[in-house]
Design a protein around this ligand. Sequence first.
Ligand code: GDP
Ligand code: MG
Length: 167
Amino acid sequence: YSGFVSLVGRPNVGKSTLMNCLIGEKIAITSSKPQTTRNKITSILTKEDLQCVFLDTPGIHKPRHKLGEYMVRSAENTFKEVDLVLFLVEPTETVGELDRFVMEKLENVKTPVVLVINKIDTVADKETLLGIIDTYRKLYPFQEVVPISAATGSNTEELLRVIRRFL
Ligand code: GDP
Ligand code: MG
Protein backbone atom coordinates (compact mmCIF):
# COMPACT_ATOMS: atom_id res chain seq x y z
CA TYR A 1 0.00 0.00 0.00
CA SER A 2 1.27 3.47 -0.82
CA GLY A 3 -0.20 6.90 -1.28
CA PHE A 4 -0.72 10.46 -0.13
CA VAL A 5 -2.79 11.44 2.87
CA SER A 6 -3.79 14.96 3.80
CA LEU A 7 -4.41 15.91 7.44
CA VAL A 8 -6.83 18.75 7.94
CA GLY A 9 -8.49 20.27 10.96
CA ARG A 10 -8.56 23.41 12.97
CA PRO A 11 -5.51 24.53 14.95
CA ASN A 12 -4.84 22.54 18.12
CA VAL A 13 -6.99 19.58 17.14
CA GLY A 14 -3.89 17.36 17.24
CA LYS A 15 -2.66 17.02 13.64
CA SER A 16 1.02 17.31 14.53
CA THR A 17 0.61 15.00 17.53
CA LEU A 18 -1.02 12.38 15.30
CA MET A 19 1.77 12.62 12.77
CA ASN A 20 4.36 12.27 15.49
CA CYS A 21 2.48 9.31 16.94
CA LEU A 22 2.28 7.49 13.59
CA ILE A 23 5.79 8.30 12.44
CA GLY A 24 7.29 7.78 15.88
CA GLU A 25 9.62 10.75 15.55
CA LYS A 26 9.22 14.43 16.20
CA ILE A 27 8.86 15.82 12.70
CA ALA A 28 5.91 18.17 12.78
CA ILE A 29 5.93 20.88 15.41
CA THR A 30 3.42 20.69 18.24
CA SER A 31 2.55 23.72 20.28
CA SER A 32 -0.21 25.05 22.47
CA LYS A 33 -0.27 28.10 20.18
CA PRO A 34 -2.33 27.73 17.00
CA GLN A 35 -0.78 27.71 13.52
CA THR A 36 2.84 27.03 14.34
CA THR A 37 2.96 24.78 11.30
CA ARG A 38 3.16 27.51 8.70
CA ASN A 39 4.34 25.35 5.87
CA LYS A 40 2.97 22.15 4.56
CA ILE A 41 5.03 19.60 6.43
CA THR A 42 5.40 16.30 4.74
CA SER A 43 6.36 13.21 6.60
CA ILE A 44 6.68 9.70 5.34
CA LEU A 45 5.47 6.62 7.16
CA THR A 46 7.20 3.45 6.10
CA LYS A 47 6.02 0.09 7.41
CA GLU A 48 6.49 -3.41 6.06
CA ASP A 49 3.45 -3.21 3.81
CA LEU A 50 2.76 0.52 3.81
CA GLN A 51 4.38 3.70 2.60
CA CYS A 52 2.40 6.80 3.20
CA VAL A 53 3.17 10.49 2.67
CA PHE A 54 1.35 12.79 5.09
CA LEU A 55 0.64 16.41 4.28
CA ASP A 56 -0.10 18.58 7.29
CA THR A 57 -2.54 21.09 5.85
CA PRO A 58 -2.36 24.47 7.53
CA GLY A 59 -4.01 27.57 6.17
CA ILE A 60 -7.57 26.36 6.17
CA HIS A 61 -9.41 29.31 7.60
CA LYS A 62 -11.94 31.84 6.47
CA PRO A 63 -9.86 34.15 4.30
CA ARG A 64 -9.81 37.80 5.39
CA HIS A 65 -7.17 38.96 2.93
CA LYS A 66 -5.51 37.99 -0.36
CA LEU A 67 -2.78 35.89 1.24
CA GLY A 68 -5.49 34.07 3.18
CA GLU A 69 -7.38 33.32 -0.04
CA TYR A 70 -4.19 31.96 -1.56
CA MET A 71 -3.59 29.70 1.45
CA VAL A 72 -7.13 28.32 1.37
CA ARG A 73 -6.87 27.62 -2.38
CA SER A 74 -3.56 25.89 -1.83
CA ALA A 75 -5.14 23.70 0.89
CA GLU A 76 -8.10 22.93 -1.39
CA ASN A 77 -5.76 21.88 -4.17
CA THR A 78 -4.03 19.54 -1.77
CA PHE A 79 -7.36 17.74 -1.20
CA LYS A 80 -7.61 17.01 -4.92
CA GLU A 81 -4.08 15.65 -5.16
CA VAL A 82 -4.19 13.14 -2.32
CA ASP A 83 -5.66 9.63 -2.08
CA LEU A 84 -7.32 10.26 1.26
CA VAL A 85 -8.22 13.18 3.49
CA LEU A 86 -8.15 12.73 7.26
CA PHE A 87 -10.41 15.35 8.80
CA LEU A 88 -9.54 15.76 12.47
CA VAL A 89 -12.01 17.18 14.96
CA GLU A 90 -12.30 17.75 18.68
CA PRO A 91 -14.53 15.32 20.60
CA THR A 92 -17.45 17.66 20.99
CA GLU A 93 -20.92 17.93 19.49
CA THR A 94 -20.42 21.65 18.99
CA VAL A 95 -19.26 21.84 15.40
CA GLY A 96 -17.11 24.93 14.93
CA GLU A 97 -17.49 27.47 12.16
CA LEU A 98 -14.12 26.43 10.80
CA ASP A 99 -15.10 22.75 10.78
CA ARG A 100 -18.18 23.63 8.73
CA PHE A 101 -16.02 25.68 6.38
CA VAL A 102 -13.65 22.73 5.86
CA MET A 103 -16.58 20.38 5.16
CA GLU A 104 -17.88 22.85 2.54
CA LYS A 105 -14.48 22.76 0.84
CA LEU A 106 -14.35 18.97 1.00
CA GLU A 107 -17.73 18.73 -0.73
CA ASN A 108 -16.05 20.03 -3.88
CA VAL A 109 -13.59 17.14 -4.15
CA LYS A 110 -14.06 13.48 -4.96
CA THR A 111 -11.29 12.32 -2.63
CA PRO A 112 -12.52 10.02 0.16
CA VAL A 113 -12.72 11.68 3.58
CA VAL A 114 -12.33 9.88 6.90
CA LEU A 115 -13.49 11.66 10.04
CA VAL A 116 -10.93 11.28 12.82
CA ILE A 117 -12.31 12.22 16.23
CA ASN A 118 -9.21 12.90 18.29
CA LYS A 119 -8.64 13.26 22.04
CA ILE A 120 -11.09 10.50 22.99
CA ASP A 121 -9.09 10.17 26.20
CA THR A 122 -11.03 13.28 27.27
CA VAL A 123 -14.46 11.83 26.43
CA ALA A 124 -16.54 10.87 29.48
CA ASP A 125 -18.46 7.90 28.09
CA LYS A 126 -19.49 5.92 25.02
CA GLU A 127 -22.86 7.67 24.68
CA THR A 128 -21.10 11.02 24.37
CA LEU A 129 -18.87 9.62 21.63
CA LEU A 130 -21.82 8.10 19.75
CA GLY A 131 -23.56 11.49 19.94
CA ILE A 132 -20.54 13.21 18.38
CA ILE A 133 -20.31 10.60 15.61
CA ASP A 134 -24.01 11.04 14.90
CA THR A 135 -23.71 14.83 14.73
CA TYR A 136 -20.88 14.69 12.18
CA ARG A 137 -22.45 11.90 10.13
CA LYS A 138 -25.47 14.14 9.61
CA LEU A 139 -23.27 16.95 8.28
CA TYR A 140 -21.07 15.09 5.79
CA PRO A 141 -21.00 11.69 4.06
CA PHE A 142 -17.75 10.48 5.63
CA GLN A 143 -16.40 7.22 4.20
CA GLU A 144 -15.44 6.16 7.70
CA VAL A 145 -15.32 7.51 11.26
CA VAL A 146 -12.37 6.62 13.50
CA PRO A 147 -12.16 7.84 17.11
CA ILE A 148 -8.57 8.01 18.38
CA SER A 149 -6.25 9.55 20.90
CA ALA A 150 -3.10 10.77 19.21
CA ALA A 151 -1.62 11.54 22.62
CA THR A 152 -2.00 8.01 24.03
CA GLY A 153 -1.93 6.17 20.69
CA SER A 154 -5.34 4.68 21.42
CA ASN A 155 -7.00 3.18 18.31
CA THR A 156 -4.30 4.53 15.96
CA GLU A 157 -3.64 0.99 14.69
CA GLU A 158 -7.27 0.91 13.55
CA LEU A 159 -6.70 4.25 11.81
CA LEU A 160 -3.75 2.73 9.95
CA ARG A 161 -5.95 -0.19 8.88
CA VAL A 162 -8.52 2.29 7.54
CA ILE A 163 -5.82 4.30 5.73
CA ARG A 164 -4.59 1.13 4.01
CA ARG A 165 -8.07 0.51 2.64
CA PHE A 166 -7.99 3.79 0.69
CA LEU A 167 -4.48 3.51 -0.74
P1 GDP B 1 -2.34 20.87 15.62
O1 GDP B 1 -2.38 22.36 15.77
O2 GDP B 1 -3.58 20.34 15.00
O3 GDP B 1 -1.09 20.37 14.95
O4 GDP B 1 -2.36 20.31 17.13
P2 GDP B 1 -1.14 19.76 18.02
O5 GDP B 1 -0.72 18.42 17.58
O6 GDP B 1 -0.09 20.82 18.08
O7 GDP B 1 -1.85 19.58 19.45
C1 GDP B 1 -2.45 20.67 20.13
C2 GDP B 1 -2.60 20.32 21.61
O8 GDP B 1 -3.51 19.24 21.80
C3 GDP B 1 -1.28 19.91 22.26
O9 GDP B 1 -1.21 20.48 23.54
C4 GDP B 1 -1.39 18.38 22.33
O10 GDP B 1 -0.67 17.84 23.38
C5 GDP B 1 -2.90 18.19 22.56
N1 GDP B 1 -3.36 16.87 22.05
C6 GDP B 1 -3.13 16.32 20.85
N2 GDP B 1 -3.69 15.08 20.76
C7 GDP B 1 -4.30 14.85 21.94
C8 GDP B 1 -5.06 13.74 22.48
O11 GDP B 1 -5.29 12.70 21.84
N3 GDP B 1 -5.54 13.88 23.75
C9 GDP B 1 -5.31 15.00 24.50
N4 GDP B 1 -5.83 15.02 25.72
N5 GDP B 1 -4.60 16.05 24.04
C10 GDP B 1 -4.09 15.99 22.78
MG1 MG C 1 0.41 21.45 13.98
